[in-house]
Structure formats: C-alpha cells, structure tokens
Design a protein around this ligand. Structure first.
Ligand code: FAD
Length: 507
C-alpha cells in the first residue's frame, strides 16, 4: 500500500491548489480525480479573476478584499494566463442610481491593494468606442473599471502540473470509492475508471475537494452521517457563446431589470461569451445542461443593451456548471455567499478530514493556504517551503513575462509561426511554449496539423506533461479550440491520441 501524508479527492481548482501548496511544503501528496482535471465546475466559470463588485451589495467586504488581493497575486504568478480586463458598466435609468455605482466602484478600487491595474474612469458613451455596439442614445454614461480574466481550466492544470513537478502524484480518471479511518491513517480505495482496477492507498490526512459532489462524497465514500441541515447549496449557472458583438477588447457588465448583473466578454477570436444565471440545482452535477428558457433569459438580458438583437438561434455553444456554495440559508440563490468554509473533522484518535465548501477560481490559492494551515498540526513539517510560498512562486510557464511580450520573442525565434498561432501558444503555455516548439524550423517540424493551429507537437506535449487523454481534454480544457473543430476533426484527434498513448509492442 502506497503511503502519503495527504490525499486530495477532486481535481478542480481547489483540489489542485491544495495539492500544489502541500507538495511545495514538502509533503507527500496524492490527488485523485474521477474524470479529467477541471471537468467539473472549474471549466464552466465566467473566467473572471475578480473581487466581485456585486458582493459589495451584500456587505461581503472580507471576500471582496481577499479576492482583489488574490487578483494582484495571480497577475504576478501567472502573467501568461491572467490578463487585465477593462469592464464597461453602462448607467441605466431606473435601476441602481449613478451615485451608488460610483460609490461601489470607489470602494472596489481602494479596498484590495490595487497596484497594477488602472482605476475606474467615467465614460461618455456617445463618444467612447465602448458606446458603439450599444443601443444609440439609450446609454449616455458609463464606468470603465478594472478586473482580470483567465482560462479557468488552464489555471487548474497549471496547479496540477506544478504539484507534480514538486513530487505530487496526480491520478486522473481515478475515483475515490471509499475511505475509512484506520489506526490514525486513512485507507482510501481508488478505482481506475478505464480498467475498473481497485487499489488502496494510505494517507495521514484527507481533503474532500469534490465541489458540487462534496456532500455526496461525505455520505457515500466516507460514511459520514449527514448533519441535520445541508451545508452545500448547489446553484446552477449557464453561459452562451454567440458570434462577436464587439471588438474593442474590453467587456461589459450589464444591470438586468431583475437586479442581477450579466457579463458579455470577448471570447476565442470572433465570439462573445454571455453569462450567467443563478438557479438552485438538484441532481447529478455531471449531467447539468443549459435549458432553453435560461438561454432565452440571457439573450433577452443583453438585447436590452446591444443595438443588435441576440436570439437563441445565434447561440453557437452553451455550457452549464454548478456552483458548490456554502449554504448560509439566505432565500435567493444570487445572494448566497461566494465565500468559502473549510470544515475540519479531527477526532482525538483518528486521522483528520477537511471538507471544502464554496470558494471561487479567484480565491483558490488563498483557500489552499488556509486549508494547509488548518491541517498543519496533523502533518509532518519537512521544512521545505513555508506557508505562503505560493504567493511568490510562478505557475508553470509564468516566469518570463506577459503573453504579448512572449509572443514577440516567439516571433523572432520561430518566424514561420502565424501571429495567431504564436499568440495562442504564448497565452496558453507561457515560456513552456518553447518545450513544444524546441528545434522546429518549419511548420512541418511540428508534425501532423489537426486544424485551428493545433499540431502533433502540442498534442504530444499535452499528453506527456498536462495529463490529457482525450480530444475533449485537449479541445475544451487544455485549450479552448473546440469551437473551431467539427465532430469529425475531434474524432480524428481522439483516434490519434488513442494510438499515441497505446503501449508500444515489441516487433
Ligand atoms: P470542481 O471544479 O467541481 O472540482 C471537483 C472535482 O471533484 C470534479 O472535477 C469531480 O470530477 C471530482 N470528484 C467528485 N467526486 C469524486 C470522487 N469520488 N473521486 C475523485 N474525484 C471526484 N469563480 C470565479 O472566480 N470567477 C468567475 O468568473 C466564476 N464564474 C462562475 C460562473 C459559473 C456559472 C459557475 C458555476 C461558477 C463560477 N465561478 C467563478 C466559481 C468557480 O467556478 C467554482 O467555485 C470552482 O470552480 C469550484 O471548484 P472546485 O474545485 O471546488 O470544484
């Protein structure tokens, strides 16, 4: 039986963040993910690395401050995948008054130690380029404020890669089916989802970071009696992707007439991403999907603002996710806290279990730090990195510089690459793009071309270094190239990956 200090169940942003922090502190770590990394909620977010302006309305100052601080930290440790974003908030008569928006944005600019991003500016939408896509004469003023965005699934994979670089075992397609306390350890039964082979590992401490599955894991895998009240509140949110509605590089945050906010963001070249919704959810999180009325709701909401009406027939893709929120028993799903709660169960004679409720992509690093601090009394202290090290150590590929500067360097080192190709590689892999391109002098040197600038060299890198096994892993979670791939092209990629991963037989 292989023994670890810490076992983590769940390869979403929180599980991978915790595995990374623990491995860097010198602990022996094993992370098990039943599907692909980020296949749960962590690839279905809006992708904002933000303080959450709207949480100020719920007086959630602690969360906003911490999230804004994390925004700065993530910009520093992952400058290739976290990009500054200007968001335009048009003033709309009859909804929140302009003075309230101004006050909220003033607080937002000042409570989180903003250093790298520009402050809020008032806009004359009759003259500013951000006014052009909007309904003429309806929105005269607005505010442009700063936040950031990132590819959510890439942040997950980079955390997992870094954890593995620091010694963690990352086991994807491996489900934890049972865990029991035994002699101050956990004995954990894991099942390979391809072969159905079972194996037992031991760990001194266990983390349940299974997101929307957190309560199911407690009840069915860990045999923990459910308490009288639920602690997880599952709230579904959907997004739609439509052909590009604006091209000035910024984004919009629209006030909807029901009091909610809707975002419209630039997305994968010539598209716009619109989201999101908030509805209580029950059922299997793996089967969540956008309903027709939710798609219509988003189309109607943004059509209040854009000159061009958005219809359900314009939607080229929709996706849904389930927020695993901590249940603070407020009535409205939109008002439920986005803060995280870590529940530690450490009986005097037994090994500790830490369960994660809530959290955001934005706060994952800090959540991991708090989780490890809570578990520290139960774990050895091998004295490698100290608590807090993740605030300064760059994620894989992030050491050199921002994506734009790196794309320029790739242009001089690999002049045969198309600008869109080198820009994508820089923003996806940072300086590790060099590992994909090493030695290439022509496009042909990168091997088979699968379409949309995806080459064999990149796919082989993703299989060897980033735990990718299927076309869906590559097209929707390691990259977001899926929109540019037909079903046939994706099937061809799947076939290639199956052959490439098959064990070589001796001739
Ligand atoms: P998950 O990502 O769901 O990971 C849990 C993992 O556990 C899954 O991969 C699952 O397969 C695995 N698992 C479950 N059971 C087992 C088992 N028995 N064995 C092994 N593995 C198991 N946050 C932001 O910061 N910014 C945003 O803009 C933002 N927008 C959002 C928009 C929407 C619509 C939604 C739904 C969320 C948004 N969030 C945002 C929140 C954020 O996405 C989530 O808080 C975060 O992804 C949760 O991560 P997690 O690791 O807890 O859960």
């Amino acid at each position: 039986m292989t023994r670890f200090d810490l076992a983590v169940i769940g390869g979403g942003i929180n599980g991978c963040g915790i595995a990374r922090d623990a491995a860097g502190r010198g602990l022996a770590v094993c992370l098990c993910e039943m599907d692909d990394l980020a296949s749960g909620t962590s690839s279905r977010s809006t992708g904002l690395i933000h303080g959450g302006l709207r949480y100020l309305e719920y007086y959630d100052f602690r969360l906003v401050r911490e999230s804004l601080r994390e925004r700065e930290v993530l910009l520093g440790i992952a400058p290739h995948v976290v990009q500054p974003l200007r968001i335009v908030l048009p003033y709309r008569r009859g909804l929140r008054p302009a003075w309230l928006l101004r006050l909220g944005l003033f607080i937002y600019d000042h409570i989180g130690g903003r250093k790298r991003l520009p402050p809020t500016r008032m806009l004359d939408l009759a003259r500013d380029p951000a006014g052009i896509p909007l309904k003429p004469r309806k929105f005269r003023t607005g505010f442009a404020f700063s936040d950031c965005r990132a590819d959510d699934a890439r942040l997950v994979v980079l955390n997992a890669r870094d954890a593995a670089d620091r010694g963690a075992a990352i086991r994807t397609r491996t489900k934890v089916v049972m865990a029991r306390r035994h002699d101050r350890h956990w004995e954990i039964t894991v099942e390979d989802q391809a072969s159905r082979r079972r194996d037992i590992i031991a760990a001194r401490a266990l983390v349940n970071a299974t997101g929307p599955w957190v309560e199911e894991t407690l009840a069915s895998c860990l045999g923990v009696q459910p308490p009288a009240h639920r602690r997880a509140r599952l709230v579904k949110g959907i997004h739609i992707v439509v052909p590009q509605l604006f091209d000035h590089g910024g984004a919009y945050m629209f006030q909807n007439s029901d009091g909610r906010f809707i975002f419209a963001l630039p997305h994968e070249g010539a598209h716009t991403l619109i989201g999101t919704t908030e509805r209580d959810f029950s059922g299997n999180p793996a089967e969540v999907a956008a309903a027709a009325e939710e798609i219509q709701y988003l189309c109607d909401a943004v059509s209040e603002y854009f000159a061009q009406r958005v219809c359900a027939t314009d939607v080229v893709r929709s996706y849904a996710g389930v927020r695993p929120l901590y249940d603070d028993r407020v009535g409205d799903a939109a008002a439920a806290t986005r803060d995280y709660v870590l529940e530690l169960d450490a009986p005097p004679e037994g090994a500790p279990l830490l369960s994660v409720f809530g959290g955001k992509i934005t706060t994952h690093r800090r959540l991991a730090e708090v989780a490890l601090d809570r578990l520290a009394p139960f774990l050895p202290s091998p004295n490698r990195h100290r608590a807090g090290w993740t605030a300064f150590a760059t994620l894989p590929g992030g050491a050199a510089c921002e994506a734009a500067a790196l794309a320029q360097k790739l242009a001089s080192d690999y002049p045969f690459l198309e600008p869109s190709h080198r820009g994508r590689l820089a923003a996806t892999y940072g300086e590790r793009a060099q590992r994909i391109l090493a030695g290439a002098r022509t496009t042909a040197d990168l091997g088979r071309a699968f379409g949309a600038t995806l080459t064999e060299a990149e796919v082989r890198y993703l299989m060897a270094e980033e735990f990718a096994r299927t076309a869906a892993d590559v097209l929707w979670r390691r990259t977001k190239l899926g929109l540019a791939f037909s079903d046939n092209d994706a099937a061809a990629l799947d076939r290639f990956m199956a052959v490439a991963s098959a064990p070589q037989t001796a001739r």
